[in-house]
Design a protein around this ligand. Structure first.
Ligand SMILES: Nc1ncnc2c1ncn2[C@@H]1O[C@H](COP(=O)(O)OP(=O)(O)OP(=O)(O)O)[C@@H](O)[C@H]1O
Length: 362
């Protein structure tokens, strides 16, 4: 059989990337085509290793080759990725900044930030995490790093902070620089300077995603961060109760304000239902069902998933080993699904931005 590269590209131009709504060839996602007799190999370069549609896209490619060329072709598809970016994040080497916020305190914003960062890393992405929650930095405890002090060096009169590496991600917490036994009353300008240093003075290296755990509510830090660094998008965490949902709505309203203008990547409903460890298929919606989903529909923003209330989540946080690190548990699946949806939103935003930039330049 004589297959040509043109035939392969022609066949694969019938495969659409479901999120980006263009075909794989136009999106330049097909690379390294090798043909030897009836053997064909090529790479599909996805926009994130956390792509939830990986399997679907691979199958569509195989079907297109069988349909448009021949069923006799032996196809090897290599699924790889190159995370996209469309803006200068203000932090060299960092492609995307994802802010995690909540209207109310205690809804599980830090739990979601940590498990989101680790889930993205688990899919193969390069990930960093900043804990900017000055009122209660909980990330040191969740990583078993209480009392840790990151290395700092002086370079040409500038301080360089080395983020701490654990469980495959790089992290810095405002808590590494304060004494938990002597809470300092932070003043506005001090906070802004300290938080900016976590971005600017740290050696983050190359990162696909930098996740930032913001303090609850809306305040100075939100304004500092969103105005100093172009955020790819915000993930808003809520619990199902009406008070939490009302506060989440306020939080989303803040990001949507003209002066702030951060895209909302979606809502995560934490503690959505209770599941007993011994009966994981039983779901008890003790605080009411579907509130997060309804809010997302009302505000026309994506819904990123429900995370159950499970004692293991809080135990693992306290024990310094977040639950998503467990190999096989329904919780790991819930957090990985959520992380995939977040990565999907990042890719969609970046593609939309590229489209707008192209339209402006042409
Ligand atoms: N899905 C869950 N199941 C069980 N416990 C949870 C869950 N999510 C969070 N928790 C627990 O609830 C408490 C608060 O969570 P977390 O610190 O993540 O909230 P937060 O919104 O970041 O709080 P803060 O307002 O202090 O920043 C922690 O003890 C955490 O372990």
């Amino acid at each position: 059989m004589n297959i040509t590269k043109e035939q392969v590209l022609q066949a694969l131009s019938h495969v659409e990337e479901p999120d980006l709504k263009k075909d794989l060839v136009t999106l330049n996602m097909i690379q390294d085509i090798h043909i030897e007799g009836n053997k064909l190999a090529f790479s599909v370069v996805l926009t994130t290793p956390a792509c939830p549609l990986k399997g679907l896209i691979e199958n569509a490619c195989r079907n297109a080759i069988a349909h448009f060329i021949s069923k006799e072709v032996e196809v090897t598809v290599i699924m790889t990725s190159q995370v996209t970016t469309q803006r200068n994040t203000g932090v060299p080497g960092v492609k995307n900044i994802i802010a995690v916020a909540s209207g109310k305190g205690g809804v599980g914003k830090s739990t979601v930030s940590v498990n989101l960062a680790l889930a993205l890393a688990k899919t193969g992405a390069k990930v960093g995490l900043i804990d900017a929650d000055i009122y209660g930095p909980s990330i040191p405890i969740m990583f078993g790093l209480e009392g840790a002090r990151p290395m700092a060096t002086q370079e040409n009169g500038k301080t360089r902070i080395e983020p701490i590496e654990k469980y495959g991600i790089k992290l810095l917490s405002i808590g590494f620089f304060t004494d938990p036994n002597q809470p300092v009353p932070w003043r506005g300008p001090m906070v802004s300077t300290a938080v900016k240093q976590l971005f600017n003075d740290a050696d983050w290296g190359e990162l696909d995603y930098l996740v930032i755990d913001l303090p609850p509510g809306t305040g100075d830090i939100h304004i500092t961060v969103t105005q100093s660094f172009p955020i790819t998008g915000a993930v808003v965490v809520t619990t199902p109760q009406n008070v939490a949902l009302a506060d989440a709505k306020k939080g989303i309203g803040m990001f949507m304000m003209e002066a702030i203008n951060v895209p909302i990547m979606g809502i995560v409903e934490n503690m959505a239902y209770f599941t007993p460890a011994e009966l994981p298929e039983n779901k008890y919606y003790i605080f009411g069902q579907g509130g997060g989903q309804k809010l997302a529909a009302q505000l026309d923003v994506p819904f990123l998933g429900e995370i159950p209330l499970i004692k293991g989540i809080s135990d693992s946080g306290d024990a310094g080993k977040p639950i998503v690190l467990e190999e096989e548990s329904p919780m790991t699946t819930a957090f990985i699904d959520m992380a995939q949806r977040v990565a999907q939103q990042v890719s969609i935003r970046n593609a939309e931005k590229a489209h707008i930039l192209n339209a402006v330049n042409n």
